[in-house]
Structure formats: C-alpha cells, structure tokens
Design a protein around this ligand. Structure first.
Ligand code: MG
Length: 263
C-alpha cells in the first residue's frame, strides 16, 4: 500500500461516543496537527452545524476549527454549487440550515432547484413532507443528506431521515440522491477540501459500510476502529477486508508512523 498523505476521520464512535471522548483521541488529533498531517473530520450528522460540532470537540479538549469539519450539509452545498443550484426547500434541522445558508444556499418554498432532506426530528410534519412531495412529484430533485434508518438517541432508538426519504421515494416512484456517507459525492467533497487524490487518503471509521467500504469504493484506504458501533459480526459481513483494523483511534499514531508519508 502506498503511503498515506492525509486522513478523513469519522467523529461519532471514533473520536467520541455520546458526550465522552474516546480515550487517547485528543492526543492523536493534536499529534496530527503538530505533524501537519492534512485531515478532515467527516460526520453524517445532519442535526448539528459544523460550528456546533467544533464547539463540542473543544469541550472535549480537541481544538478543530469549523473548516476542518465536513457534514452532509456542507457536501450538499458543494454538490448544489457544481450544478448551479442555489434555491432549496429544506426539510432539515437548524444545524444543517446554518451550514447550508453559510454556503450560499437560499431556503425557499417555491421555484426551488432541489429539495434537501436531513434528520429533523419533530420538524418532520405532514405539511413539510407534503410540500416536499409536491415539489418532488413536479420534477424537483431530492437530495438525501443521510438515509440512515434509525439512530440511538439518549432516550432510545429513534427514526432517522431514511424512513422519510423512503416515504418521498415511495410516493413519487423516484429515488433520492444520497449525499451523506457512503455516497461518493460526500467523499469527493471531503477529498476536494483536502486537495488530495483518493489513493493518498485513508478514512478512519467505526462503520464497516458507510465509512470503510464507502471510502474503499472511492479508492481510499479504509481503516476500521473497534469502538462505537463496531461489532465482529459487521466485520465478518464485509465485502472486502478493511485496509487495517485498529483497536481504537488511539492506535492511529503508531500505525501512521509505519505507513504515513511526509505530509
Ligand atoms: Mg461513526
């Protein structure tokens, strides 16, 4: 395997679990910064803005500016820009709205270039979804910021954006375009922000499909960490083995000292 010149690092389950940092994560991240290794945090979160995520990291002793963080909203804004789209009907939480408007996307109800759907909890009302449906059935493309089926909230398993995206797909008979991990446009946006080619970058994540397989399908190395949602069963179901399996992000420094290049 050629040397690694930059990294994409998943957050939930890798750097922190809930409100607790993974032991050793802060040390490895500050080592990456001291070494000048180019890296971006890549999160599938569509509730928190990049500024909100940066604040959370800082509370855990990890200093990372918002420009270090790529969320599906950031990637969706990049994709929209490429296509010359600027007006979107947003079915998203405030965090994603903040990232989208910061990237020049104008929220609107009519004459929209696209519909964007992220996890928005109580915001998934009949009126909002029906508005999205009417636009979509009229031919407006739907971008799914994520399509997870459910997630573990503090009070139990909870519906994520996927079931609502599926409702729009069912009603219109057309598939939405997935922007979040493991969609290729997400990884392309993150790589563009690093200015590196896929073959120069390794993705570090706890999700075998979204992080590791998704990155490897894009041409990156895939490093699986055995924290967060990792299970041996998920690893056994992998289409192809990860480039490396590490006990946690704490083992990343030693791994990179063996496989990384001069950044
Ligand atoms: Mg994760």
């Amino acid at each position: 395997m050629p040397g690694i010149r930059g990294l994409l690092v998943d957050l939930d389950g890798v750097v922190y679990i809930g409100d607790d940092p993974v032991p050793g994560a802060a040390g490895v991240i500050s080592w990456l910064q001291e070494e000048g290794c180019p890296f971006r945090f890549v999160s599938n979160s569509t509730r928190k803005s990049v500024r909100g995520i940066a604040r959370r990291l800082s509370e855990m002793g990890i200093q990372a500016g918002p420009d270090r963080i790529v969320t599906p909203a950031v990637a969706a804004a990049g994709l929209a820009r490429q296509r010359g789209w600027s007006r979107a009907f947003l079915v998203t939480a405030e965090g994603a709205k903040e990232d989208l408007s910061g990237a020049g996307i104008v929220a609107c109800e009519d004459a929209c270039d696209c519909v964007m759907v992220g996890d928005c909890g109580e915001g998934f009302t009949y009126a909002t979804l029906n508005r999205a449906f009417r636009l979509a059935i009229g031919g407006v493309p739907v971008l799914a910021l994520e399509k997870d089926r459910y997630f573990r909230d503090t009070d139990g398993l909870s519906l994520s954006a996927g079931p609502f995206v599926a409702a729009l797909e069912y009603a219109t008979g057309r598939n939405a375009e997935l922007v979040g991990k493991p969609g290729p446009s997400y990884f392309r946006e993150a790589l563009a922000s690093l200015g590196l080619e896929p073959g120069e970058v390794a993705m570090v994540g706890d999700d075998v499909i979204s992080d590791v397989q998704g990155a490897m399908d894009t041409g990156m190395a895939g490093i699986l960490v055995q924290t967060g949602k990792y299970t041996p069963a998920a690893l056994a179901e992998c289409r192809r083995p990860p480039t490396a399996v590490l006990p946690s992000i704490a083992a990343l420094q030693e791994y990179l000292e063996r496989h990384g290049e001069e950044w």
